[in-house]
Design a protein around this ligand. Structure first.
Ligand code: PXP
Length: 237
């Protein structure tokens, strides 16, 4: 089976555009149970540009679906995560100026800071994932620092970079070979999801922006159901 984690950050982006309470990310999350969504992904960014502390708190407290909490490996975020105890944390690199998470985490050169952050999260019973580019050195480093999951960054593939599907194919195989669970995400759409969902080692895809955009055309439950159908069909081939 392959799971679909739905990233609802941009429900909060829309809410924040008017400064009120609508649409409310928790209400939207609750409405998606039964649509094919297997988990909720939220990214509490340092600048709180979309999801805010109160959203993270309410969504983790609800726990109607496993919550994947994306965060930078800062002292503040580790403290929040260990208090809220989501099902999983995905550690991502964060630059204030970027529009989205543009590259994978440089695990190799930040092993010293990552090791204690990962240990604290794991001690709190949280499954820890690292968001990395499909580079063998980074995948080996993820295993070395104690992560349980590698989420492969599919952004370059989604942008049409030549050779990227091969790198992801090899990256997924290596992730499983070093004993880690393999997830993938970023920039995935109806048009490009099939080859990624078909990778046998990939157990979860995390998808956000496209689904929220497609929701304007066909509705969010229908967009999620179609994405899940494509993922399952890719697996059955
Ligand atoms: N996975 C991670 C780690 C991310 O940071 C993001 C973007 O927030 C996604 C998946 C989803 O990317 P997209 O919104 O392009 O589907």
């Amino acid at each position: 089976m392959i799971r679909l984690g739905v990233n609802i950050d941009h429900v909060a982006t829309l809410r924040n555009a008017r400064g009120g309470n609508h649409p409310d990310p928790l209400t939207v999350a609750k409405s998606l149970v039964g649509s094919g969504m297997d988990g909720i992904t939220i990214h509490l960014r340092e600048d709180r540009r979309h999801i805010r502390d109160a959203d993270a708190e309410a969504i983790c407290a609800w726990a109607g679906k496993p919550v994947n909490f994306e965060m930078a490996a800062t002292t503040e975020m580790v403290a929040i995560a260990t208090r809220l105890k989501p099902h999983g944390c995905c550690i991502v690199p964060e630059k204030r100026a970027e529009i989205t998470t543009e590259g994978g985490l440089d695990v190799l050169n930040h092993r010293g800071e990552l090791r204690p952050a990962i240990a604290r999260l794991k001690d709190a019973g949280i499954r820890v994932s690292l968001f990395v580019d499909p580079e063998p050195d980074q995948i080996h480093a993820a295993a070395e620092v104690g992560a349980q999951v590698v989420e492969l960054h599919t952004g370059a593939y989604a942008n049409g970079k030549l050779g990227e599907l091969d790198r992801l194919t090899e990256g997924a195989a290596l992730t499983a070979h070093v004993g880690l669970e393999c997830h993938a995400g970023h920039g995935l759409t109806f048009a490009n999801v099939t080859p990624i969902a078909a990778l046998p080692e990939v157990t979860e895809l995390n998808i956000g922006h496209y689904l929220i955009g497609e929701a304007l055309l066909i509705g969010l439950p229908a967009a999620i159901a179609e994405m899940k159908r494509l993922m399952i069909e890719a697996r059955a081939r």
